[in-house]
Design a protein around this ligand. Structure first.
Ligand code: HXC
Ligand code: NAP
Length: 283
């Protein structure tokens, strides 16, 4: 099986996911799209799921061209009953679900004291409720089969905190706790659950909502010790690695891929800075 130069697939052997069925929420854009392309290139049947059918077109067209096994469903992960029906439908059509990537998210920058209840609910609904609904209903199929693997996409501000994103940070912290809890509940039943915490990487959705102008983008970049956005293909490659048999014993873990950003959060001394002792003091 040819991986066709798909960057995310570059570290794993051809056919790594052959015969498996993978579901990727938000799989039509950004990171989710690269994960979906990588999984398909490595042999999985890939089902992408999100609200906007227009977001599915690029992946579906590429799948036809490259003869990947792929499907797209319109789904709002906030709606528990719709998620349940989607899981049952996929099981009926494909007979199994081996992989779930909870990648769908919503985000924007707003001071906490100005955030409306509906805005809070919207982001919590997509990130925290959506991840739970998918984990529960796709997890049931995995538990029944005695095998499966899940990956939740979080962000390092789940534990560092960050001004302007109280909704997203709170939701991602919940997803992190969910990752460890489900990993502990399901480890003895063949289901692994991990998370990945990338630093800022360029996508149309993130740029539109989080660094919409050059000045904000410049300030964001200045915070990243490596001085550049994280490579989205590299993040997707790490995702595939965590989903692969290379990580058979890894569960409840969160891999940070952030160019040192979370180490620098709240730093007091600049790199290379030399702080002199007070005159007259001895070491
Ligand atoms: C304040 C806002 C707002 C903003 C929306 N709202 N945008 N409030 N500032 N910029 C409010 C609305 O006014 C409304 O509240 C409520 O949020 C819901 O708005 P809807 O338009 O109805 O949104 P909905 O379809 O429910 O949710 C969509 C969304 C949107 C979350 C608001 O941003 C979205 O679709 N995002 C998907 C793409 C995305 O965000 N990608 C970025 C991922 S990056 P009221 O009270 O007026 O009714 C990421 C991590 C980055 O997650 C980490 C970097 C380190
Ligand atoms: P993106 O392209 O904007 O992706 C978000 C996806 O979520 C879209 O495909 C969207 O599709 C889907 N989605 C949103 N609401 C949904 C809902 N209610 N139901 C189903 N699907 C929904 O963003 P990205 O930058 O690639 O982010 C991907 C993941 O990485 C997210 O979990 C994000 O929090 C995380 N992350 C991103 C960054 C970054 O810098 N970009 C950093 C750290 C973590 P529809 O619009 O079609 O529904």
């Amino acid at each position: 099986m040819e991986t066709g130069g798909i960057a995310a697939a570059r570290w794993l052997p051809q056919g790594t996911f052959a015969g498996q069925v993978a579901v990727v929420t938000g799989g039509g854009t950004g990171l989710g799209l690269e994960i979906s392309r990588g999984l398909a290139a490595l042999g999985a049947t890939v089902v992408i799921a999100s609200r906007n059918a227009g977001h599915h077109e690029a992946f579906c067209a590429e799948a036809v061209e490259r003869e990947w096994r792929a499907e797209a469903i319109v789904l709002d992960v906030r709606e528990a009953q719709r998620v349940r029906e989607a899981a049952e439908g996929i099981l009926e059509r494909h007979g199994r679900v081996d992989i779930l990537v909870n990648n769908a998210a919503g985000n924007f920058v707003c001071p906490a004291e100005r955030l409306s209840t509906n805005a809070w609910r919207s982001v919590l609904g997509i990130v925290l409720d959506g991840t739970f609904h998918c984990s529960k209903y796709f997890g049931r199929a995995m538990l029944a089969a005695g095998s499966g693997v899940m990956l939740n996409v979080v962000a390092t501000y789940a534990w560092t905190g960050m001004p302007g994103v109280v909704h997203s940070a709170s939701a991602k912290a919940g997803v992190l706790a969910m990752t460890k809890t489900l990993a502990a509940e399901w480890a003895g039943r063949g289901v692994r659950v991990n998370a990945i915490a990338p630093g800022p990487f360029q996508t149309e959705g993130a740029a539109r909502n989080l660094w919409p102008d050059p000045e904000t983008e410049r300030r964001m970049l200045a915070q990243i010790p490596q001085g550049r956005f994280i490579d989205r293909d590299e993040v997707a490659a790490h995702c595939l690695y965590l989903l692969s048999p290379a990580c058979e014993s890894v569960t409840g873990e969160c891999l940070v891929v952030d160019g040192g950003l979370s180490l620098a959060a709240g730093r007091m001394w600049a790199p290379g800075e030399r702080v002199q002792r007070r005159p007259g003091t001895k070491s």
